[in-house]
Design a protein around this ligand. Structure first.
Ligand SMILES: *Cc1c(COP(=O)(O)O)cnc(C)c1O
Length: 420
């Protein structure tokens, strides 16, 4: 988290003290460092440049238009999983020819829009989906390029809810059935088979599952080529993990990952596609929050924040760990152990238990680190809490890139029928 450091006793995002943002925008608020997004993207791009690859940033990790526009300016493509994300990617200026469309349940309407936009590739997850895409392409008098997302049946991912590459997961086509599906696809006039796709999970902390899946999938590529399919693209999906806990996590870097991929795909004449999400956005953002109250109980001390599970769902959803730091650099080494919770009426609204922090009081600011991916995008308005705003920092300046709606904005979407 080199872009979030103490300077003169104040935690800063690049050159901006977080306390300034709290004052100007209020809390809770997500804060992203432009330099971190840029650095993370370029690390991926550089490590894979010699493979003629496409870095299709996984929009679902952080889909703010400003984030996408920045990545577009750096040359990124996009991996989208809905018509809404497709619209965001296009508005951010990502070239349609760099967009791939993934997801197990694309609607007819979403497919049509993506065909008209001229996206690079559909990652197809089932035969019924293939048939609908063929229909839509034929109706538009064109063909749609596809890769089949295969399910290589390997176990991966930091949590059962983000593991996607096991045979019992809903994702992809079982690798043993793939050749039949490709044969079927070849006979569809609206479909052009161009590649193989996989995505085995998220927050993967070692190269072993990537390698196991890749080797299985490359065997399939050889079989498919022998069957007469012109397989030109290979989509590795995303999933590379990031450090959440400085004290415990040891993770392969993007360069390690690319070296492994390069070693096994050399000479195969495949255009490689990568879909990193978390690895680009995760450590580029924090959630800034203010302590409402410190509540001393008999069994626990609670730090009650103004951020809650509706703003950052990962701890409640996956039991995820986020490092938590005070915004004012501690001057004494006195600490206290807290359970750090939000105000929502759910016991699951807990960010951390038994966390040792400098002694805190009501009104103090804290940040949850590594919240740039799967943070703001999963936020909701439970307990009628307005959607959390987002801020982008660059050098010594910052801008609000999503405003906090006021209560009127929320309530005007609802109406009471006049027959009540
Ligand atoms: C979520 C997702 C990604 C991104 O995963 P990360 O772990 O954030 O890198 C890539 N591809 C597909 C198909 C996904 O669903």
């Amino acid at each position: 988290m080199q872009y979030f450091q103490y300077r003169c006793g104040q935690l800063c995002a690049q050159g901006v003290p977080l306390a300034h943002i709290a004052q100007a925008v209020g809390t809770p608020v997500y804060i992203y460092a432009e330099a971190a997004l840029r650095h993370n993207y370029q690390t991926f791009a550089k490590a894979s440049a010699d493979m003629g690859s496409l870095i299709a940033y996984s929009v679902k990790a952080n889909s703010n238009l400003a984030v996408l526009s920045l990545l577009a300016s750096l040359g990124a493509g996009a991996d989208v999983v809905s018509g809404g994300e497709l619209e965001r990617a296009l508005r951010a200026g990502i070239a349609p020819g760099k967009i791939v469309f993934s997801g197990v349940g694309k609607s007819r309407d979403e497919m049509r829009k993506a065909i008209i936009a001229g996206i690079y590739q559909f990652n197809i997850e089932s035969v019924p989906e293939l048939i609908v895409l063929n229909d839509e392409a034929c109706a538009l008098n064109t063909t749609a390029s596809i890769a089949l997302r295969i399910n290589p049946d390997v176990s991966a991912g930091g949590h059962e809810k983000i593991s996607t590459g096991k045979a019992e997961n809903k994702f992809g086509v079982n690798i043993d059935l793939a050749r039949d599906v490709y044969k079927h696809a070849r006979d569809l006039p609206g479909i052009e088979v161009t590649g193989v796709d996989m995505h085995i999970g998220s927050q993967i902390d070692s190269l072993a599952p990537f390698k196991a899946a890749l080797l299985k999938a490359l065997d399939l590529v050889q079989d498919l080529r022998r069957d007469g399919h012109d397989i030109r693209t290979f989509d590795m999906g995303g999933g590379l993990g990031i450090v959440y806990n400085q004290d415990e996590d040891i993770l392969p870097t993007a360069a390690d990952y690319m070296d492994m991929v390069r070693r096994h795909t050399k000479g195969l004449d495949l255009k490689m596609i990568f879909e990193p999400g978390r690895a680009i956005a995760g450590n580029a953002g924090v959630l800034l929050s203010r302590v409402h109250y410190v509540k001393h109980g008999t069994a626990r001390n609670f730090l009650i924040l103004d951020a809650a599970m509706n703003d950052l769902a990962r701890p409640a959803l996956y039991g995820a760990y986020h490092a938590i730091m005070p915004v004012i650099e501690p001057v004494s080494d006195q600490t206290e152990t807290y359970d750090i919770v939000g105000p929502v009426c759910e016991t699951g609204d807990t960010f951390a238990t038994h966390r040792r922090l400098s002694v805190m009081k009501g009104g103090d600011l804290v940040v949850m680190l590594s919240a740039g991916a799967y943070g703001a995008v999963q936020a909701g308005q439970y307990n009628t809490r307005p959607l959390v705003p987002e801020v982008l920092v660059k050098d010594n300046q910052f801008s609000v890139i999503r405003t906090r709606p006021d209560l009127e904005d929320i309530l005007k979407l609802e109406s009471v029928p006049d027959w009540l």
